[in-house]
Design a protein around this ligand. Sequence first.
Ligand SMILES: [Zn+2]
Length: 464
Amino acid sequence: MLKLRNTLTRTLEEFKPLEGNKVRMYACGPTVYDYGHIGNFRTFVSVDVLRRYLKYLDYEVQHIMNITDIEDKIIRGMLSSGRSLEEFTGFYTQEFLKDCDSMNIERPEIMPFATRHLPQMIEIMKRLADAGHTYQSDGSLYFSISSFPGYGKLSGLKLEGNIAGARVDVDEYEKADARDFVLWKAAKEEGEPRWPSPFGEGRPGWHLECSAMSMEYLGESFDIHCGGVDLIFPHHENEIAQSEGATGKPFVNFWVHTEFLLVEGEKMSKSKGNYYTVRQLIEQGYSPDAIRYLLLSVPYRTQLNFTMEGLRGAETALEGIRNFRRRVADYDSQGESHTRVRDLTERAREGFEAGMNDDLNTSRALAAMFEFRRDVNTAMDAGEFGGGDREAVLEVLGRIDSVLGVLGEEQAQMLDPEIERRIEERYAARRARDFTLADQIRSELAERGIILEDTSQGTKWKRK
Ligand SMILES: [Zn+2]
């Protein structure tokens, strides 16, 4: 049984969907004004792992991730770039999706854009206004937090001494400032995108977007809402106030938040020179699989210290598992399956699930996989491994990787005659002094795991 730590109740709770076998989950997506950094991707990868594990458990998952394409930073970026809102956000949305693909992040079922859900936002504002949760000032519409008794229940914030009249217009603000927040902002600057509404021309506040898009696709109450810990306050607190203020129903059953990431022991910042986007690391030669592995190797509720040494370690760890998978696939035995391997397979599956069921404890789950590798290697060394075990071991590895998503497809094995043929072609190329072609063949073979060695008796080869 999967247990998740629920930020709302501050306890580890057994997960159960509100309705049958269906899991309805929402994750706050990117604000598309720049390339995503690895801190953002820690959250996106952890949400992907949750999504994949729910599918592993045979739940039917309906996962929504919004794209915030209107917000303060976007407007600043768009105005200074001289591009239209669509061009500006369209570009960063495409780049974000490319990064997601390289990080092997599955696409959510729906990725709605904020600017295409204005009617739903206006509807929520009308309901809030009717229920007495709003007031207008300087052409903008605000949510009065003192009108909502539950305000602060997610973040644990106490509204002492109250805050009459204090308002914020910006989309993000500090925890010390519990303030009335803006639902609809009057258009002020020249060139600022704006839409008509019963509250005047303007644009939605950031918080309102997520309430509108989540309820549009998942209903007024749904199962899981994810995001980074930095979103607990004010963003998610405000989403609860808006949604429950409008519907009178509980908004979300489970709130799941991913912790921060440090880089080389420090908070990531451009000025410290420890700020990395996913694409920068890939350009430096790190594999996306290793980046993903490092991001998910520490349980999502624990702070992760991302280091280059850790990243190199991740490359090595992955290589080790892939070599193991290859050894199993190549193991040449027609024999029966062995009870010992059957037991190990069962234990690996149980260990992996026990780790994941414990609030997605990925480090426990990985430990089960490494133990499995060690024990199966020992069984193979001892010859206690038959042809019948091969499928079972590969099947468990495949199941585990359907959640972790780090091993990639096993490359089709090159058959010996094909390798011999390429080696002959390389030999011919060398005699013709076509060293470019010869080198090309050598590196093509190396990529497929074949190492060549030129000796006085000709070229020998072996598998990596
Ligand atoms: Zn959100």
